[in-house]
Design a protein around this ligand. Sequence first.
Ligand code: SAM
Length: 219
Amino acid sequence: MSANGLIDNYKHKGARKSLIEELKRKGIKSEQVLEAMMRVPRHYFFDKTFWDRAYLDIAHPIGEGQTISQPYTVAYQTELLNVSKNDKILEIGTGSGYQCCVLLELGAKVYTIERQKTLYERCKLFLPAMGYKAHFLYGDGSKGNKIHGPYDKIIVTAGAPTIPQALMGQLTIGGILVIPVGDEKTQKMHLIQRISEQEFQSETLESFRFVPLIGEQAW
Ligand code: SAM
C-alpha cells in the first residue's frame, strides 16, 4: 500500500511481523485482530523522523498533547470488542486514526469522534487518502453520538473517571462497551455488555495508562 508517497517496504513489513509476534507473546490470541494489525502500516501514522519507533510496543506523541496508543493496548481493546463484519462501532478519541483503521480492517462500520480539531481535520483527509473510509465526527465523545446510534460496539481510547451513562444508553442489546476507567495516573479496562434495556454486565480487567477523556461526562 502507498499513500501520499508513503512506502511500506519489506523492512517495515518485517518489523511489523516481529511486533505481531511480540503481541502474541504478551497474550493477544485473536488471529483476526493480529492479521488486521499486520495489514495496517503503523509507520504511516508517524512523522518520518520517527519511523524507527513505529514497530516498538510503545505509545508515541502525535501532537496536541495526545498519543497514538501502544500496539498492545490497541490489540487488547480490539480483542475485547469481538468485532464481527458490519458491526457498527463508535470510537471515542480518533487521535492518529490508527485504531480506526484496525477496526475498518475487521470489516466494521466505524464512527469515530475527536475533540481536538487539528487531529480530526488530519484524519478526515489522511485516512481516505489511504483508502480507509470511516465517518469522522468532531466534538465531545463523552456524550457518545446519539444521532448515529445505537452501536454494536463502543470503544473509548482515553481514560475516564467514571463510565459515562450516555454511552451505556447508546449500546444495542448485546452491545459491548470497552473503556478504561480510573484516575489520571492509571485506569482499569472495563468490559461492559448490555444484556437488556435495563441490565448491564461489567468486568474489570488489566491496568493501563491513557491520556484523559475530557468532556461533559468525563474530566
Ligand atoms: N485511538 C487513537 C489512535 O489510534 O491513535 C488514540 C487516541 S489518544 C490515546 C486519545 C484521544 O482521545 C486523543 O486524541 C484525545 O484528543 C481524544 N479525546 C479526549 N477526550 C475526548 C472526548 N471527550 N471526545 C473525543 N475525543 C476525546
